[in-house]
Write a protein that binds this ligand. Structure first.
Ligand code: NDP
Length: 492
């Protein structure tokens, strides 16, 4: 794989122009990017359903760009007007042989083909495209899920690399935004007091939470076939885990970074006693965000027989010299009482605390919050009044926040031909390889599907759902720290 600079994309072809992703996320991200003056000469083309017309597309673009113009400079607004005035739409069936190839041949290259289509349709479209229909320099942009197993992810890659080399495939993970990736790497590798401490010698456990207060939000068509494990953990949270645990790459170039992500994920496994190392649950009726939430199985479009979990928790081990023995926990769910989006790194106790100190000797904890990215270091210090009594303080900071929406960042990378933030083929397969045995155990009912009331913190018997003693008052919206130790110390 070379890191040779690729030419800039001249035309962005969005397939699935009438879809939800295009309207809600892609076009607003693009508008923000264009308003900054970057990619000002890009040509935008929409394509897809015959039920959508050129006028519908132009209206859709005009509506979204009109919103962006309210915040844009005069020059940014001019760039948006130019793009909106020149955009075109083609109705086609991407799965019909020759139709997509014919459209691509009329566009100025290099072209980025953005597959904002249902996954099966994207796969079929790539199967019917022939290499001769895909000019050199074309980028294929794929949305998750990248297959449904390690084998199908591999098969998808085979289909795609028949058309373009791997460096020209962008597997989008909008969660792995540029700011989040580089905030984590900067924090870990630019600070002498942190860099050597990220290892089994010093870390007691690491937890990554993505608890949402949102419930299903009419997304049964997708979610009821995915569930929390596939939707969040298999994709996004494993990527965050990799960034928090990889060895220092020599450079921030895509090859070095993605090699290290692949390496640490290859060493990652879920301990095989799945009844202990994994948990799943589904919400029942309750109240979240001040609204009544129905039982998950009564939500429109849900089939109770799918047994879909809305909250998932898995414990992992990383079997390499840096992390051997450290428990890692990934958890994500919907309709939870306290939204909580953070990684918590809990350090081991000091080897000797001088006799004479009183109070709680609580472990040092580093919390990295996501969206907005924040940092908090919890330390023991001498308390006010009694100098012998240990007290708790938190040093907190706001980390760099991106100037673009997540899909603006995604498109900036795609259009510049930079695959650094894209999920590489080996990583897409590894993420399935890690969760596949868990999915199989759950399908076999080896792990009970528990319940929790919408608006609660999850099943009360889960340690991560329980409120435990905190040595400082929780802030608004924060769930107190939790302990995995009893459950996982000494595990496989
Ligand atoms: P939608 O179902 O809303 O949109 C799919 C689009 O594909 C529609 O425009 C549809 O046209 C078009 N389409 C379907 N079949 C064909 C065909 N044979 N030829 C041409 N066009 C066709 O899906 P989403 O936008 O929600 O999702 C798209 C992708 O993005 C999926 O892979 C999804 O997993 C991923 N994704 C979606 C997110 C979201 O929030 N929506 C978030 C992250 C990822 P028609 O109007 O006729 O139906």
């Amino acid at each position: 794989m070379s890191e040779a600079k690729k030419s800039h994309v001249k035309t962005l072809l969005i397939l699935g122009a009438s879809g939800d992703l295009t309207g809600r996320l892609l076009l607003p991200g693009l508008a923000q990017l264009i308003a900054t003056g970057r990619e000002a000469d890009l040509v935008l083309v929409g394509a897809g359903s015959p039920d959508f017309s050129a006028e519908d597309w132009q209206q859709r673009v005009a509506d979204v760009f009109g919103q962006a113009k309210k915040k844009a400079t005069a020059q940014g607004a001019a760039h948006l007007d130019r793009m909106a005035a020149h955009t075109s739409y083609s109705a086609l069936d991407v799965t019909a042989p020759g139709e997509l190839g014919q459209l691509v041949s009329t566009l100025e290259g290099p072209v980025a083909l953005y597959f904002a289509l249902p996954p099966k349709i994207s796969q079929k479209a790539c199967e019917v495209l022939t290499p001769a229909e895909v000019p050199a320099g074309t980028t294929l942009v794929m949305e998750k899920p990248f297959g449904s197993s390690a084998e199908s992810a591999h098969a998808l890659t085979r289909t795609l690399t028949r058309l373009v080399p791997e460096e020209y495939i962008q597997r989008v993970d909008h969660f792995r935004g540029k700011a989040t990736v580089f905030n984590i790497l900067g924090l870990r590798f630019a600070n002498r007091f942190l860099e050597p401490l990220f290892s089994a010698e010093h870390v007691a456990k690491m937890e990554i939470f993505y608890d949402e207060d949102l419930a299903l939000e009419s997304r049964a068509g997708y979610y009821d076939h995915a569930g929390a494990l596939r939707d969040m953990i298999q994709s996004h949270l494993l990527q965050i885990l990799a960034l928090l645990t990889l060895n220092a790459p020599a450079t921030l170039g895509e090859r070095d970074l993605r090699d290290h992500i692949g390496s640490v994920l290859r060493a990652t496994k879920v301990p095989t006693d799945y009844a202990k190392s994994t948990r799943r649950a589904r919400y029942t009726a309750g109240t979240s965000r001040g609204h009544d939430v129905p039982d998950y199985v009564d939500e429109d479009g849900v089939d109770a027989a799918n047994g879909t979990e809305t909250l998932a928790e898995i414990e992992l081990r990383i079997n390499n010299s840096r992390w051997s023995g450290v428990p890692f926990l990934l958890r994500s769910g919907k309709a939870l009482g306290c939204p909580r989006k953070e990684a918590v790194i809990t350090f081991k106790p000091v080897s000797h605390l001088p006799d004479g100190f009183t109070g709680n000797d609580t472990p040092t904890r580093l919390r990295i919050g996501f969206g907005p990215d924040t940092l908090e270091l919890e330390l023991d210090v001498n308390g006010p009044g009694d100098m012998y009594e240990l007290d708790r303080i938190g040093l907190s900071a706001q980390l760099n926040s991106p100037d673009l929406l997540p899909y603006g960042e995604v498109l900036a990378g795609v259009l510049a031909g930079d695959p650094t933030l894209s999920v590489r083929d080996d990583t897409a397969e590894q993420c399935w390889r890690i969760v596949e045995p868990v999915l199989a155990a759950w399908a076999n009912d080896e792990v009970p599907l528990e319940e929790y009331a919408a608006g609660s913190n999850g099943p009360g018997n889960w340690l991560t759902s329980q409120e435990v003693q905190l040595d400082r008052a929780p802030k608004d919206g924060e769930v107190p720290g939790t302990s995995l130790d009893a459950q996982t110390a000494g595990g496989a």
